[in-house]
Design a protein around this ligand. Structure first.
Ligand SMILES: Cc1cc2nc3c(=O)[nH]c(=O)nc-3n(C[C@H](O)[C@H](O)[C@H](O)COP(=O)(O)O)c2cc1C
Length: 480
């Protein structure tokens, strides 16, 4: 069983653990052990239960992240949706990253959260009134519109987006949004039917054509009803990450780090013209290599045969078979990070023919004798010079979560990115992916995202984990 040090958990995680323990009538240590036990003995094959899904919450804030938004001025507009309560957490996330946050609330927003709570978290006055005598003496709405680096609307209601698309300015929020020359990021949040309504579709298209950026909405359960669908506001941390990407585009937290990424399928020859292959396009692996490079890592991308272009800014190694891929990985070691995305063929033909196997009329096909290929992820995860962060992918068509959890320990990985590649998911060969991140501290379910977005989020997560590991992980799994 794993050894753990609760004392080393950050205050937030400790508090959540305390609350869980109290709810379940256990000591904190018993509760932590129960969580780890859930990972050791996952509910067999039942993917509907994220047994440890809530686990211990987000990774502690890295020291470098405490200043990532230093000097940046964010104007946050909160409009009147049920997700307004999440704006409180967003303010906290932005301020702990060094940003100055000014807030405008619509009249609708004030029905959901109070300006008092918002002002206390922002440590500033909250603006609500367009016709304020106090603020409008020096045309306050123009000042608010210009004295910021970015305007973020979270949550952005259907109503507010409609007004923006039409260029209305009948309250402080809309007047500021019309009077600004700063970039604007919207985090829409609404009922799925509102989101898919033709009017909202038109308004979103208009806003995007006007150069306004959107994050989310996500697919999931609605806060106010039992409905599920697309319309849930992106989580505050995701919005904070999008803001950082917007405001600090050249940030390179992985500068000086070496990363190895494998991508694509492998081809295992049967004869000179035939081979065993799979449907992997290499899109996800290539996007991860590019994302790690964007964050400053020196990346070696080892790719099986694919038809997509090599990403810029990485060292490419093209291979065909699993054994060639393993040799290339070993050659690229040591590294700080290894992300094994390639869909490596499990088996190869024992004796690939030197010449094309000829069909013999009247005789059936010759049986193919197969043998197991090397397990590249396991080899890296258990290597003497194991990278500090090892990430594996679990492409499954059934029991996705249970298989990923089992893989985590067996392969010696820090994270397993689990994805469902059953034919109707469209993941293999497609441009989108819905993944779950399985780690010793829990399971995170990410929404259905573009593969580039999955890659960027994973690269950010790897950067956090790398620094977290160096500071001494809060919970350590006993064996790797
Ligand atoms: C309980 C409740 C929840 C609501 N949640 C949302 C929501 O999540 N998204 C949305 O677009 N509108 C929502 N509305 C409707 C808005 O509050 C309404 O359109 C309002 O005029 C928005 O004003 P604002 O855009 O100026 O803030 C909700 C209304 C109520 C009463």
């Amino acid at each position: 069983m794993a050894s753990l040090t609760i004392r080393n958990l950050d205050a937030g995680a400790k508090q959540r653990l305390r609350e869980r323990a109290a709810r379940n009538g256990r000591s904190m240590e018993e509760e932590a052990r129960a969580l780890l036990g859930a990972l050791d003995h996952p509910a067999s094959g039942d993917d509907s239960q994220d047994t440890a899904a809530t686990a211990l919450g987000p990774t502690p804030l890295r020291e470098a992240d405490r200043t990532v938004l230093a000097g940046k001025r964010i104007l946050l507009i909160i409009s009147g949706g049920i997700a307004a309560y999440k704006a409180l957490d967003l303010i906290r996330r932005l301020r702990e990253r060094g940003a100055r946050v000014r807030v405008i609330m619509t009249a609708g927003a004030c029905e959901f959260v109070t300006p008092l709570a918002v002002g206390a978290l922002a440590a500033d006055k909250v603006y609500t009134d367009l016709f304020s005598r106090e603020d409008e003496q020096d045309v306050g709405h123009i000042r608010l519109a210009r004295q910021c680096d970015l305007i973020v609307v979270a949550p952005a209601t259907a109503d507010l987006m409609a007004k923006m698309a039409a260029g209305l300015a009948d309250d402080l929020a809309t007047a500021v949004l019309l009077a600004t020359d700063r970039p604007v990021l919207l985090a829409p949040a609404m009922n799925p039917v509102m989101w898919s309504h033709a009017a909202t579709r038109r308004n979103v298209a208009q806003l995007q054509a006007d150069g306004i950026a959107l994050i989310g909405p996500e697919t999931g359960e609605m806060a106010e009803s039992c409905e599920t669908g697309r319309g849930r506001m992106a989580e505050p941390l995701q919005i904070a990450e999008a803001i950082i990407r917007h405001l600090v585009p050249g940030r390179r937290p992985l500068k000086g780090r070496k990363a190895i990424v494998t991508s694509g399928p492998t081809h295992e020859p049967i004869d000179p013209v035939r081979y065993i292959a799979n449907r992997s396009s290499g899109r996800q692996g290539h996007a991860i290599a590019a994302a790690l490079a964007k964050l400053g890592a020196e990346v070696t991308l080892i790719s099986g045969p694919v038809t997509i272009e090599d990403p810029a800014g990485v060292t490419m190694v093209h291979v065909e078979t699993a054994r060639q891929m393993l040799t290339a990985v070993e050659h690229a070691m040591p590294a700080d990070i290894a992300v094994m995305v390639a869909a490596v063929a499990d088996w190869r033909v024992v004796h690939a023919a030197d010449n094309k196997i000829k069909k013999k009329p009247g005789e059936g096909p010759e049986p193919l004798e197969l043998e197991e290929n090397p397990d590249i992820l396991k080899a890296v995860g258990h290597a003497d010079d194991r990278p500090a962060i090892v990430v594996g992918f679990a492409a499954e068509t059934a029991n996705v979560l249970a298989n990923a959890q089992a893989k985590l320990q067996r392969k010696g990985a820090d994270f397993i990115v689990a994805n469902d590649v059953s034919p109707d998911s469209g993941v293999m060969g497609g441009t989108r992916n819905a993944v779950r991140i399985v780690s010793p501290t829990g399971v995170e379910t990410w929404p259905d995202l573009d593969k580039q977005e999955v890659a960027m989020r994973l690269a950010e997560r790897i950067a956090s984990a790398l620094v977290g590991n160096e500071a001494g992980g809060a919970l350590q799994q006993g064996s790797r």
